[in-house]
Unconditional design. Structure first.
Length: 114
């Protein structure tokens, strides 16, 4: 068993990527075994390059990946995808066939061109 042992109090909404914390192994009776082990959480972010341009009327496929292990769900929190494209929230895949030309903002420019 490895309970979470915070080194300091952290309030909701605080960036905890730089906060020190540790894991402590316990035996069957709940007593510590060895020393707590320090853990450093990875900084959250995307590890994929800028998405390639989509072409009007042609199948588009792109997979978003994150630096956070075991990301549970992906979500667009700002902007939108071009019409005809959809985000699979479980896998991070952006797929579909763009139906309009123009530029859709999703934190970066992802144009669909003729």
């Amino acid at each position: 068993m490895y309970p979470y042992t915070p080194e300091s109090e952290v309030s909701a909404g605080t960036d905890t990527t730089s906060q020190p914390w540790s894991l402590q192994q316990l035996d069957a009776d709940g007593k510590p075994v060895g020393e707590p082990r320090p853990v450093k959480a990875p900084a959250p972010g995307f590890t994929t390059p800028q998405p390639p341009n989509a072409q009007l009327g042609k199948l588009y496929e792109f997979k978003v990946t994150s630096s956070t292990p075991q990301t549970v769900r992906y979500e667009i929190t700002s902007g939108r995808l071009p019409d005809g494209l959809a985000l699979n929230q479980d896998t991070g895949a952006i797929t579909g066939i763009p139906t309009q030309t123009g530029i859709a903002k999703t934190g970066g420019d992802t144009p669909a061109r003729e």
